[in-house]
Design a protein around this ligand. Sequence first.
Ligand code: SF4
Length: 248
Amino acid sequence: MKVFSVIGLSKSGKTTTIENIIKELRRRNYTVGSVKEIHFEKFKMDVEGTNTYRHKAAGSQLVTARGIYETDLLFQRKLSMNEILSFYNHDFVVLEGVRDTCAPKIVTAHDIEGILEKLDGTTFAISGQISNSLTEYNGLPVINSLREIEKLVDLIEEKVFDRLPDMKDDCCKKCGYTCRELSSMILKGQAERRDCVLTENSVTLKINGQEIVMNQFVQNILKNAVEAIAKELDGYRENGDIEVCIKR
Ligand code: SF4
């Protein structure tokens, strides 16, 4: 699953850029999901007086509103980005306004100050209002999402890689870098996605089809335990993939 973020100051053209990107990715037959970060402290989808609000007020920790055309899950806390992404299984997921991720980024801005405020090593393109007056900034392409959406999505296809574990700056560093540093190096062509050591030992755990993110320690425990049991059984093959499914 490939994940990238579009960040920028208010009214810099973030949502328009994302709308155009989603339409073009869908036109190219990719499956697409999106996440919108809301920075208002008082934000709530549910309003006082609704039945779901009453469930929450009574103490329900996870409330589901099941409609005819839509289902909303209302968690009573802020989920981490890894928890949120565990609900997605799309070719691309676009994050709007999400800063705490090492995912590749498109910065939208009105002016140079707006770029400088958001720019970091994980930026691979610039868009938004400033693309009306600039085509390049400091080696990065500045692309207008209305006039040049194909060029922008070509770049997304070229640059965005399968998401890293994204455990912020206190990550395992087994590749010799933080996730953010490795992400920046991949975008500059100085490293490859497979340099993430966790990928090499890939052990996946899914619950109801949703992948659960595991750190290296947990992956090793699971791998060693399952291999130790499987080795004792008839039919065991040394180099075959192992799949275990627990029905509950
Ligand atoms: S090995 Fe992977 S998870 Fe660990 S720091 Fe490097 S990129 Fe991040």
